[in-house]
Ligand binder design. Structure first.
Ligand SMILES: [Zn+2]
Length: 298
């Protein structure tokens, strides 16, 4: 009798656990999010949101359109590209996402037809539901052209005779821009602000994987190489102290949006956030699909 009860209990547990798994891994419900940046370490701007998607069982792929082979004071070319590709791979593994680096040279990305086709392929092959990329307003030409290239791939991904060797998408995905500080020709206006308090350390861990940038090139470029601590633990703490204010600043700047999305109590308490504006060239973001594509506001 006892063993029958045990068998029934095991069966019930199996059914419940399958039901729970189905909520996160059911292929029909699993979202596919493509986060595109210019350089290895740029997609990390949405790294907290990426980590949250992965934690919920969704599929995230991070892409850098250039290999970062210019961003260093003493290294360059193939050796630097290989180092940066390895750093990016490690950053992706930190959150359980794939990180792809294309072969374009750093500092030389152009909005060519060839590159547009590459981006169309990327989006189609991944069957992206949601794409996150920079706006075409930015100080760095590679960032601007990444914005242009992704924008130019919107809609075209649905046209069968464009890049005909890769099956077209039936539906134009939703395209979102990640936040920036540029005011001209128009300031960034988020429609979605995601609280990342639970994953802020993961975001810092991702940045810390980009050693050649965080602890070498970027400090050198701003004249602060002597501020970088020596030990890995001190470096991690130093990086957290310099990177967290940006995510905290977004939470404060877009506090009203956080309150609108999360409610007064929760929205007021958010410490770290990432913000996204919808592109008019993708499928529209509606009251309905915003809940499906950003399943964070309960
Ligand atoms: Zn960059």
């Amino acid at each position: 009798m006892k063993s029958i009860t045990t068998v029934v209990m095991v069966l019930l547990l199996t059914v419940f656990s399958n039901l729970l798994n189905a909520q996160t891994t059911n292929p029909e419900k699993q979202l596919r999010i493509l986060i595109i940046g210019a350089h290895p370490d740029d997609p990390e701007k949405a790294g907290g949101t990426a980590a949250k998607f992965v934690n919920m069982g969704h599929k995230v792929r991070l892409v850098a359109l250039t290999n970062g082979d210019a961003g260093h004071q003493t290294m360059g070319g193939g050796a630097l590209a290989r180092r940066r590709i390895a750093e990016a791979k490690k950053a992706g593994e930190t959150i359980g996402a794939e990180y792809i680096v294309l072969e374009n040279h750093d500092g030389e990305l152009m909005p060519t037809l060839e590159n547009r086709r590459k981006v169309i392929r990327l989006i189609r092959e991944f069957k992206a539901d949601l794409i996150i990329a920079p706006r075409p307003n930015d100080y760095h030409p590679d960032h601007r052209y990444t914005g242009i290239l992704v924008q130019d791939a919107a809609y075209m991904v649905t046209v069968p005779n464009i890049v005909p060797e890769v099956p077209h998408l039936q539906k134009n995905p939703v395209f979102m821009y990640v936040n920036d500080r540029f005011q001209k020709p128009n300031p960034f206006e988020p429609v979605v602000v995601v609280a990342i308090d639970d994953v802020i350390e993961k975001k810092i861990d991702m940045y810390a994987c980009h050693e050649s940038q965080m602890f070498e090139w970027l400090p050198y470029n701003r004249g602060g190489l002597d501020e970088v601590p020596d030990t890995p633990a001190e470096r991690r703490a130093w990086l957290a102290a310099s990177r967290k204010p940006a995510s905290a600043g977004i939470a404060d700047k877009y506090r009203n949006k956080l309150i609108e999305l999360y409610g007064k109590e929760k929205g007021s308490r958010v410490k770290y956030a990432e913000a996204f504006e919808n592109s008019e060239y993708g499928s529209p973001l509606t009251e309905e699909n915003i809940k499906t594509l950003f399943p964070f506001f309960d």
